[in-house]
Design a protein around this ligand. Sequence first.
Ligand SMILES: *Cc1c(COP(=O)(O)O)cnc(C)c1O
Length: 233
Amino acid sequence: MAETHPDAVTAAIAQRIEDIRSRIEQAAAEAGRDPASITLIGVSKVQPDDRIEAALSAGLRVYGENRVQEAQDRWTKRRAIHPDLSLHLVGALQTNKARDAVALFDAIHSLDRPKLARSLAREMAAQEKRVECFIQINTGEEPQKAGVLPADLPDLIALCRDELSLPVVGLMCLPPVEDPPALHFALLQKLAAEHALGQLSMGMSDDFEDAIRFGATHVRVGSALFGARETKT
Ligand SMILES: *Cc1c(COP(=O)(O)O)cnc(C)c1O
């Protein structure tokens, strides 16, 4: 984003939010879906304060972050000012951060292994707080990527639901960059249906409309909303 004057940043981000919302409505209409069933998560990782403040003043209340510490720094004070904020962890979570994650977030999209499920269950019990969880699936079966393999999903769901009583609400995926994302969205939709899970966290700046066609209920949009990230994550 080239703008530097605060008013210009505010206007540009308000406009982008409006554009993204109308594209969500359009894609929902084409898919015969209620747009109100789709939550826009503004992925605010690494973004500078002026852009965050602009999105807040434009009325955006749902934000996604990929690091616990960074999210604490960015949102702890702002949450006191905006109690209606909803904060979603969309990045990998280490078990030693489970306590902080449960304390801060309203939803965790990166539950992907038994050890983490047990830590989250313990922390939710200790803090008497239920944080909605999405199980992240490694739909592309990429060795370096987070997420449970599709073949291991039934066991992880059984552990989460039956043994730990975790509030698992849906599935999440992050398709391989080189594949058509629709293949992965279709797979996630099928897996969610098989396990009677109602929520699908999928679709980012370049493909959220496709994701909506395949039933996305949570789209995670970063750069198309805030502008390009100046630091890589
Ligand atoms: C960064 C990130 C996004 C947003 O990506 P954009 O392409 O900037 O929209 C969405 N989901 C996850 C898990 C991310 O890490």
